[in-house]
Each structure stands twice: as structure tokens, then as C-alpha cells.
Design a binder for this molecule. Structure first.
Ligand code: NAD
Length: 259
């Protein structure tokens, strides 16, 4: 059997890096994208040192020409493309009343344009190969539930869920599955940079505790596995139960009823 080849965007650290490491461990060759070339190369070296196959694909995922070049580069490095994980995304917190057009455009550019054209470039390659493929997009629990200061980010993540659903129509004839994942609070370097007490704060509201990047990588690995070959157009939420909880008013009338 030929070994599979994956492209993972934003894989220099955090969730994308965990996905790339997981693929490499599973015998999949990985093209590691990051806007920071040093981070991409570092992960490639780490994967190579542990016996895996990887190549750096540095570049800004919001740049469509760069995305097309990176997919072409992955194909020339490894001969084909079977899996694409559009993981790169930026979280720019900000009050709705003060949110600037520049920040808005950057969030849309990376999260929406980046995701859309990564999926397009990967799907074109898979269509031309003629034997199917797997695409996983990265939404968020913020695309399902409102979170203060994340209005622009939430829009992009809700849009990404719809993109996964919509592309079933166009990709199914080619045997390409398209799904989204929605991670909840995950322990990544960026979250700790934003809030050094990130784990304490989020563990208070996540029923079975915050996620590690490896928990998200496991879900991505499943969606790209043979077991998931009939799953398409879905969003898999990996959030430790957080979205099952909604704030309620005081419900003590329920207890009083039996008195
Ligand atoms: N961490 C969480 O709690 C969480 C929760 C829900 C959803 N997500 C989503 O998961 C994905 C990964 O999250 P993370 O926290 O691991 O990310 P992160 O912020 O740690 O970034 C991961 C990597 O992406 C790279 N990157 C940033 N902009 C890029 C661009 N334009 N092109 C290419 N690479 C770029 C960064 O350099 C970094 O190395 C994102 O789409 C994010 O929105 C994360």
C-alpha cells in the first residue's frame, strides 16, 4: 500500500503540530505549514529525528498563491496528496464597538480565505488523482456558542462549519470527504500567552476538563481514517462537554415544587 500524504496548515505549534506528529506516528508523510518558517522547520526536524517523513511548507495561509504553491510543493516532495487539514486560524479578541477594519480583515483573511482556498487547492489535487481524499476544516466551539469579545472570530468559525456541509455536494462525486472539528478550550502555547492561568480558568467551566492538543489530533486522525470513510459534511465537537452547558436563571422553583 502506498503511504499517505497530508498537508497541515498552521502546524508549527499547538493543535496543528499535534496533528502533524500524530500523522507522522501513523506512517503518513506530512507537509508542515506555518507562517513562521523556523517553527515549520523545527517540527520537520523533530519528526525526521523520530523516524517520520516530513517537509516544511512555510507561508501565509491567507495568501492564495502561496497556498497553491505549498500544495504543489507537497505533491512534488511526496508524489501525491491524500489528506488536508486546514488548521491555521487566528483569534483576535476585541470589543465589538471598537473592533477595527484591519483586524477584521486579517481574521477573515486567515480563517475564512485561508481555509476556503486550502480546501480548494487540496481538493483540486485529490480530484485530479482520482482516488478520493480527506479534508478536515477547523471550526471552534465559538462558532456554536457566543463568547464575549470574539464576534469576528465566531463568524469565521460558524462559516467554516457551513463550508464543510456545503462542499459535500461538490466533493462527494470524487470520493473526497469533508468535515470540520470544533475544539473547545485547549492547552496551547497561544492560550497560555494570552492568559497564564488559562487551565485554571477554563477547567472551572469545562465539565471533564480542558483539552490537550493531542485530544484534538486524535479526533482529526479518526476523521482521516478508514473507519470514518462514510462520515462527511459533519462537525465533530471536542470540548470536554462545554457546549452541553448553557447559563440558566435560578431554577430553585423545581425543588420547591415537592415541598
Ligand atoms: N487552542 C484552542 O483552544 C482552540 C479552540 C478552538 C479552536 N481552535 C482553532 O484551532 C486552530 C489551531 O489553534 P492553536 O491554538 O493551536 O493555534 P496557534 O494560535 O497556536 O497557532 C498555531 C500556528 O499557526 C501559525 N499561523 C498563524 N497564522 C498563520 C497563517 N496566516 N498562516 C500559516 N500559519 C499561521 C502560528 O505561527 C502557529 O505556529 C485554529 O484554527 C484555532 O482557531 C483553537
Amino acid at each position: 500500500m502506498t503511504r499517505k500524504v497530508a498537508f497541515v496548515s498552521g502546524a508549527g505549534e499547538g493543535i496543528g503540530a499535534a496533528v502533524a506528529r500524530r500523522f507522522a506516528r501513523d506512517g503518513i508523510a506530512v507537509a508542515v505549514n506555518d507562517v513562521d518558517p523556523a517553527k515549520a522547520r523545527q517540527l520537520v526536524d523533530e519528526i525526521a529525528a523520530s523516524g517520520g517523513e516530513a517537509a516544511a511548507a512555510p507561508g501565509d495561509i491567507a495568501d492564495v498563491a502561496a497556498v497553491r504553491g505549498m500544495i504543489a510543493g507537497a505533491v512534488s516532495a511526496f508524489g501525491r496528496l491524500d489528506i488536508a487539514v486546514a488548521n491555521a486560524g487566528i483569534t483576535s479578541w476585541g470589543d465589538f464597538f471598537d473592533y477595527s477594519p484591519d483586524t477584521f480583515d486579517r481574521v477573515m483573511g486567515v480563517n475564512m480565505r485561508g481555509t476556503f482556498f486550502t480546501a480548494q487547492a487540496a481538493a483540486r489535487q485529490m480530484r485530479d488523482q482520482g482516488d478520493g481524499g480527506r479534508i478536515v476544516l477547523t471550526s471552534s466551539v465559538a462558532g456554536i456558542q457566543a463568547i464575549r469579545y470574539l464576534s469576528a472570530y465566531s463568524m469565521t468559525k460558524a462559516g467554516i462549519e457551513m463550508l464543510a456541509k456545503n462542499l459535500v455536494v461538490e466533493l462527494s462525486p470524487y470520493g473526497i470527504t469533508i468535515n470540520a472539528i470544533a475544539p473547545g478550550a485547549t492547552l496551547t502555547p497561544r492560550n497560555f500567552a494570552d492568559d497564564p492561568k488559562y487551565d485554571d480558568h477554563w477547567n472551572q467551566v469545562v465539565p471533564i476538563g480542558v483539552m490537550l492538543s493531542e485530544d484534538i489530533a486524535g479526533a482529526v486522525s479518526f476523521l482521516c481514517s478508514e473507519d470514518a470513510r462514510k462520515i462527511t459534511g459533519q462537525m465533530l465537537v471536542i470540548d470536554g462537554g462545554w457546549t452541553a452547558i448553557s447559563p440558566t436563571p435560578d431554577l430553585d422553583f423545581v425543588e420547591r415544587k415537592g415541598e
